[in-house]
Design a protein around this ligand. Structure first.
Ligand code: NAP
Length: 484
């Protein structure tokens, strides 16, 4: 393997099959959110280097599109194997870079290898279709349409910090199996983990130029990448503001956007409250709530609200708080700015009459799990995505009120409904403006072959292994006009 370390902890970017230092001479320090020290530096690459990476990707893609699915599968299987063999190193990097517990980081690496393998299998079993003209009035049987899926070209994959390996591979693997080249722009906080993942891919011996790792701040190179004439499709996961700006700039190319959320956990009066409390706490507080599909508000029927709040509090008291190295569930947030934002939301709610059930304590960027009761619709925390360990409880007097508040959100990712009545669950589910509804379970992404959908401010298009492959291909029709 071409080694990637310039000094102990300065990482190169990757293009045309080579690890390089940027001509800019600039690097970006990556600070660990809990060690409070620089754990490495990544290259801040130039626009000219972006251009080179994109045009090399185009050249490589033309040859890659000619390869058989079995050939592509063999490269990607090696990638998955390589990730597993470097599992400890990559998990350790994820832990130190984004402050996720070692166990979760390790699971992320294994889940990614599984994701790649499933993507291979799915792609191997996808087929086109054919149709005859005579099913349309006046059409002729002598016309036969062959509908195939063909690659789209060069895919720009932009990932967020919170799953720096899994959410990146969830774009790269389907793009490659579909016959595309990839320009991968990791979140800057997450770029070292992304680099380690690409080192594993490099080890698989992929053709030169097919995948490029471009590092640099989104605020500096993001627009240039998005507006680049060489991009044929963008798959983006990140915040809603970033995604909306990106969508305005990317013209006439397909986009898949996975954005923020404000997933409600709706607790009906007949719910199994003990189980609901467990699901809500695990949904809301895992990885300090830094998950797009975290439960970000509870809408509970007033008749059972007191009991539910008591049970949720009991579960919150069991959460471990501290360092990711100790396996804590509540860990320091990605940066101080995120912790400041949560404090603003809490202060706003308290100023307007919300009550702290537990929490509201901060040490640097570590926010203790915080439960706010009697949250009302005039409070920011009822609507805004905190991306941290604060959970607002909103008491409602009816099913309709719960649905109305759930749907008044700018977001539409997922929702949970807790009830023992399946008819009620379906009735509520049918009214909710979200991509997925979980009945008696926490909101979550996965298993990864399920369709994953965000509507309204939560996104555009569909992810999920098969859907991702489809989104990274386009249909092409060849019509045979047979002699009668
Ligand atoms: P973010 O700040 O929006 O960043 C996401 C990515 O966009 C990063 O790679 C970032 O690069 C890049 N970026 C920034 N400005 C850009 C620009 N002008 N053009 C192109 N790219 C640009 O989000 P985050 O803080 O990493 O992640 C948290 C957010 O992601 C939350 O809102 C969460 O809900 C959402 N999320 C959604 C899903 C989902 O599946 N729906 C999954 C996970 C996370 P830099 O890091 O260099 O700025």
């Amino acid at each position: 393997m071409a080694t990637n370390e310039v000094t102990l902890s300065t990482y190169k970017f990757y293009m045309n099959g080579e690890w390089k230092e940027s001509q800019s001479g600039q690097t970006i320090d990556i600070m660990s959110p809990y060690l409070y020290e620089t754990i490495g530096k990544v290259q801040a690459i130039t626009k000219e280097e972006v251009d080179d990476a994109i045009w090399s990707a185009h050249d490589a893609q033309k040859e890659w599109a000619k390869t058989s699915l079995q050939q592509r599968a063999s490269y990607l299987n090696k990638w998955a194997d390589e990730l597993v063999s470097r599992q400890e190193e990559i998990a350790d990097t994820i832990m130190r870079e984004v402050g996720k517990s070692y166990k979760d980081a390790n699971n992320e690496v294994l889940r990614t290898a599984d994701f790649i393998r499933y993507t291979i299998e799915e792609a191997l079993h996808m087929h086109g279709e054919s149709m005859r003209g005579d099913s349309f009035p006046g059409g002729s049987k002598s016309k036969v349409a062959i509908v195939e899926r063909i690659p789209i070209g060069v895919v720009l994959a932009i990932s967020p910090f919170n799953y720096p390996v899994n959410l990146a591979a969830a774009k790269i693997a389907p793009a490659l199996m579909a016959g595309n080249a990839v320009i991968f722009k990791p979140a800057t906080q997450g770029a070292i983990s992304g680099t380690k993942m690409i080192e594993a891919l490099d080890e698989a011996g992929l053709p030169k130029g097919l995948v490029a790792l471009v590092t640099g701040k989104g605020s500096v190179i993001g627009d240039y990448l998005v507006e680049h004439k060489g991009m044929n499709m963008i798959s983006f996961t990140g915040g809603t503001n970033t995604g909306v700006q990106l969508a305005k700039k990317a013209t006439m190319i397909p986009l898949v956007l996975e954005l923020g959320g404000k997933d409600p956990g709706i607790v009906c009066e007949d719910a199994d409250l003990k189980e609901a409390a467990k699901q809500i706490v695990s949904g809301a507080f895992s990885y300090s709530g830094q998950r797009c599909t975290a439960i970000k508000r509870v809408l509970v029927h007033e008749k059972v609200a007191d009991e539910l709040v008591g049970l949720v509090k009991e579960e919150v008291e069991k959460l471990t708080v501290g360092s990711p190295e100790e396996g804590s569930m509540i860990v320091p947030l990605i940066d101080n700015r995120s912790a400041d934002f949560i404090q603003i939301l809490i202060a706003d709610a308290l100023g307007k009459g919300a009550e702290v059930v537990i929490g509201n304590k901060r040490e640097h960027n570590l926010i203790y799990p915080t439960l706010l009761d009697h949250v009302t619709e005039d409070m920011r925390v009822a609507w805004e995505e905190p991306f941290g360990p604060v959970l607002p409880i909103i008491r409602v007097s009816s099913e309709d009120e719960a649905v109305q508040i759930a749907n008044a959100s700018e977001y539409g990712l997922q929702a949970s409904i807790f009830t023992k009545d399946v008819n009620r669950a379906f009735r509520i589910s049918g009214k909710l403006e979200v991509g997925s509804v979980q009945i008696n379970g926490r909101t979550e992404r996965g298993p990864d072959h399920f369709p994953f959908i965000g509507i309204k401010g939560s996104g555009m298009g569909v992810q999920g292994i098969r859907k991702s492959i489809e989104s990274m291909t386009r249909e092409k029709v060849t019509v045979l006009n047979l002699a009668e």
